[in-house]
Design a protein around this ligand. Structure first.
Ligand SMILES: Nc1ncnc2c1ncn2[C@@H]1O[C@H](COP(=O)(O)OP(=O)(O)O)[C@@H](O)[C@H]1O
Ligand SMILES: [Mg+2]
Length: 441
């Protein structure tokens, strides 16, 4: 028996909930959510709705249900110190304490950690707390990326060519960021293909899960504004089409060194997910950032493939015994596509960017996994909010089959919705392979 507290209410937490409930240990699930996710609720013993900053409320809920351990889905409660707070009442978590979650919440912490411990993967970078010296440093870089030092929901990073063009505009962006954040990172722009490597970590042992590629842009062909993620795919051989096998090993090696460095730096073991956002460049694999939790959508690619009991994995993370268990994934391809309201991610002045809640209907869909995100179950049916609504995941022996399953299911979802039909298609994959060939030379 295990009473599991799950914090979070998105599609990522829905797939985590499903992984928990597949366990042979007869678990009972107690979600703490910001708003009611009907998918999670349907798997649960008893749910509660509250704020992620109400640490006392979370502790009360945990005590009431004699929770054995907690799994923290999103970054906000980690940043608020929910793991530290649960620790004070003797409840361990899969997820780092506030201090260690700086791996995600402070991009300067992570860049400086790599530098201090001479871990490869950093670009040329500098951290500024005022505009002084920025112009000189920018003058030394061929391409510029500007990052606020703090959580921005994936919408804070400015890349030259996408968000600004000239050096003067770069300085203007730094000025805007420094108005809101205490510091800004200016770094060298990489060119390459990105992949997500979600690693499990007990503080000492680091285990990589299959790599995934996410699609941040709102529209087909990687056009339009950045979003929380429109879809993602993974391959049956647990690699990606543009990747060399050694690229995964490099990403894993960097993450192992980071786990060691973070222990030396803080005296505390990092217990949770270390999700590296990597980019393969001419110079090899480089680090864009770390997240201190599973990705959303990327959790939906890997957790349904998990063959090892997820509760056993959680316990191993908490007790520092990851090296004693073998973690296995099904050798299948996955394609996840997010169904979103038509106005999702559009600028506020766009005619389609209306924020009214509208109805979504899901006909009988088979042979596919559906994970609810921002949907509200009312007496007369399901309603969307302004955010991503449903993650649809096709799983098959190859990518083509997985993509077709996802598309077929999406055609059974009715409402004022949209998705990216190109995620997981041959055309898009071919573009990635070509891009990588040009870069590798
Ligand atoms: N140094 C860099 N070179 C090129 N692109 C970058 C660089 N850093 C970030 N990016 C781009 O910006 C995106 C967001 O940056 P990231 O560091 O992942 O922050 P966040 O996910 O918090 O917005 C990345 O997925 C990548 O496309
Ligand atoms: Mg990112």
């Amino acid at each position: 028996m295990a009473n599991v507290l799950l914090i979070g209410n998105g599609a990522r937490e829905h797939v985590i909930a499903e992984a928990v409930m597949r366990s042979k240990h007869n678990p009972k699930l107690f979600p703490y959510m910001k708003s009611n996710n009907p998918g999670i609720a349907s798997l649960s013993e008893s749910t509660t709705i509250g704020s992620y900053s109400d640490l006392e409320g979370i502790n009360m809920f945990a005590r009431k249900h004699t929770i054995d351990f907690a799994i923290i889905g999103p970054e906000d409660p980690l940043a608020n110190g929910v793991v530290d707070s649960l620790n004070t009442i003797g409840i361990p978590s899969v997820g780092p304490t506030k201090d260690l979650a700086r791996l995600e919440t402070s991009k300067t912490f992570t860049r400086d950690l790599l530098q201090k411990y001479t871990i490869p993967g950093n670009p040329r970078y500098r951290v500024f707390s005022s505009l002084e010296g920025i112009r000189d440093f920018i003058g030394e870089l061929d391409g510029i990326v500007i990052k606020p030092d703090g959580l921005t929901g994936g919408k804070g990073v400015m890349v030259q060519g996408d968000h600004f063009a000239t050096r003067d505009e770069a300085i203007e962006k730094c000025r805007e960021i420094l108005d809101e954040h205490s510091s800004v990172i200016v770094e060298e722009k990489f060119d390459g293909e990105e992949f997500s490597l979600q690693c499990l970590c007990d503080g000492i042992t680091v285990v990589a899960t299959p790599p995934v590629q996410d699609h941040k842009r709102r529209f087909v062909g990687d056009k339009g504004p950045n979003t929380g993620g429109m879809g993602s795919y993974s391959l049956e051989d647990h690699s990606l089409p543009f990747m060399e096998k050694s690229d995964i090993a490099v990403g894993l090696a960097i993450t192992q060194k980071v786990a060691e460095a973070i222990y030396k730096e803080t005296g505390e073991y990092y217990r949770g997910v270390m999700y590296g956002g990597f980019i393969i460049t001419k110079k090899g694999v480089q680090l864009l950032e770390y997240n201190a939790r599973f990705g959303d959508p990327e959790a939906m690619n890997i957790l349904p493939l998990l063959k090892t009991d997820f509760i056993d994995i959680c316990r191993a993370i908490i007790t520092g015994t990851l090296q004693d268990i073998e973690i296995e994934f099904d050798t299948k391809a996955t394609v996840c596509k997010y169904v979103v309201p038509r106005g999702y991610g559009l600028p506020k002045d766009h005619p389609d960017a209306r924020s009214t809640a509208s109805k979504i209907e899901v006909d009988d869909v088979q042979d596919v996994h559906l994970y609810y995100s921002s949907v509200d179950k009312r007496a007369d049916g399901l309603y969307m909010t302004t955010s991503r609504a449903i993650g649809v995941v096709g799983i098959a022996p190859d990518l083509d089959g997985a993509e077709r399953k996802a598309e077929k299911a999406i055609s059974a979802i009715k409402g004022s919705v949209d998705h990216r039909p190109d995620v997981g298609t041959k055309e898009l994959i071919e573009k990635r392979i070509q891009h990588m060939k040009e870069i590798r030379g």
